[in-house]
Design a protein around this ligand. Sequence first.
Ligand code: GLP
Length: 245
Amino acid sequence: IFSLVKASEGGAPLYLQLKKNIEDAVQRGVIGPGDALPSERDIAIKADISRVTVRKAVQDLVKSGILVQRHGSGTFVAPRMERVEQSLSRLTSFTDDMARRGMSASSVWLDKGIYPPSPDEIMILGLSAKELVARVSRLRIANETPMAIERASLSLAALPDPEAVGSSLYSTLDKTGSRPARAVQRISAVNLVGADARLLEVPEGSACLHIERISYLASGKVIEFTRSIYRGDAYDFVAELRLAG
Ligand code: GLP
């Protein structure tokens, strides 16, 4: 992978050669999904090129989704995505969904705290302008793969202490009898850019699904307002349709 032909010997630009060699190695299965690449420094030494050249090749491959970079732990061949089929007619939690598939659900916390509400939150959660709102934002991971970013807002009546949320929001709500009984979900298409694309380890501009869920208690009171971004390459949403009568 790391033996390149110098320009003086008629070789193509070094970063292009390195890029192509890595691409070929992935295609031929020499390195497979989840395998770690040597560090930038080690590649530079092995290929006898500058770190800037290595970085340029690696960045291009990250942009095209062949490699993924994980903060602090290095560069890896992108995991093969197994698509997940998600029913549109059952009110389940991410933790339930993953458990049913035998996958382990985990989260990276992006935020949990109490804030003055935004106009959207005031309207949807039926808050007064003086009330505060609980927010829990997480990157949701199945096995090793980041699947979704979920930003949930709840009234303090439903979730007085966002710090108390452990691995599952719905099981925290369960404890106070506030698990939602019904929800309305709106799905739209987005092209993901910037920090959110990096969190989901997808190339800039990737097709993703924006899912807004408003959940209700059996009493009809709104309990949850969540905006999520799901990877378009990971999810199929499935609904059973019956003849309208
Ligand atoms: C789904 C929904 C979210 C909900 C979450 C709760 O992913 N899209 O609206 O907040 O489940 O999941 P958990 O109980 O695993 O935190």
